[in-house]
Design a binder for this molecule. Sequence first.
Ligand code: ADP
Ligand code: MG
Length: 378
Amino acid sequence: MTAPVMAADFSELKLEGVTRNFGKSAALTDLSLTVKRGEFVALLGPSGGGKSTALNCLAGLLPLSAGTISLDDRRVDHLAPEQRGFGMVFQNYALFPHLTVRGNVAFGLQMRRISKPEIERQVTAALALVQLSAHADKHPGQLSGGQQQRVAIARAVVVEPPIVLMDEPLSNLDAKLRHEMRGEMRRLHQELGLTTIYVTHDQEEALSLADRLVVLSEGRVQQIGTPEEIYLRPVNSFVADFVGYRNLLPMTIDGVDPTTGQLTMSGAGVQLRADPRVNGPLTGPVTVAMRPDDLVVGQIDGNQIDATVESVEYQGRDFEMQVRTQADIRLFLRTTQRLSIGEPVAIGIGPDRLVVYPADAASTVGASAQPLREREAV
Ligand code: ADP
Ligand code: MG
């Protein structure tokens, strides 16, 4: 197939200090990131976090306010979108309604000087790849949402762009289809040897698809890491909260247990110990983050939080339970035990399951380490 203009051959896509302001408001501040050829990178964050801004800057649809974008040593940030040779897939598929599926996919190729038989061959291959060969002569209006999105993907990949930018490509699909298409995205990425930059607000999608995640909030990078790093070692309470650490306790470090090396801490009416897996020494006020799935009924290794059952919701396989601690903090957990509302209960968590970070790491990122009931009120 034809070589796209700029990105045909590269080993690294490099963003340095990429910044975009709209008037006085900063949509994206100082994004620095190196994407290796073949990598699948997800930009993850809540709505308004700056994900689309970052992608549009990459695509060339938005000029930068500051910073540079390079492919290896070549600056590309001043090039027009078509000169960059990036493929793009957006949330709304933006197909041409009057063209057939085949016509939609061929469109990008017809803009280039390619012979008709060659276009035909490439379109057929791209449609096979997204499993739409049987629908080639239909119009978009005759297709389901998922099929339309697959046409949009075929259209983006038919020109074999070495870099594909996707902005929430699955968010308009229903949950079941979204889940199916997730596997498809990864398969296409691998089969075509793409470098993919994928925007999503769905943490599960990002964790399951990407080699690396960039967590963005309020236009700033919160953390860059592998799915495991983000999931197991969120660096601040924003990331922790975003990847499912629903329970945050404000505590204070008491010291280190000389025999076990564990951190001991107290606050919010409880005492806990945590395995030392934090970066650097910790003292003073901290935020302790815990997943609902890691809390259990009963003490673990001396970790016990006394609470009262506040609500119990049957979830099929287990119960989602809310309890209130003696310091009046609400915690969420999942349990297979059926408990009654108002019943006293001891909650435990393994010292290896606690994530602890300095309390002031939280205050820099908009989220905070307040008790849950206050955060919920916001
Ligand atoms: P996300 O894709 O993560 O939801 P966006 O990149 O779309 O976030 O937006 C980031 C911030 O920039 C938001 O506060 C948004 O309101 C603002 N923004 C985005 N596009 C524009 C625009 N064209 N004009 C003004 N503000 C914008
Ligand atoms: Mg967006």
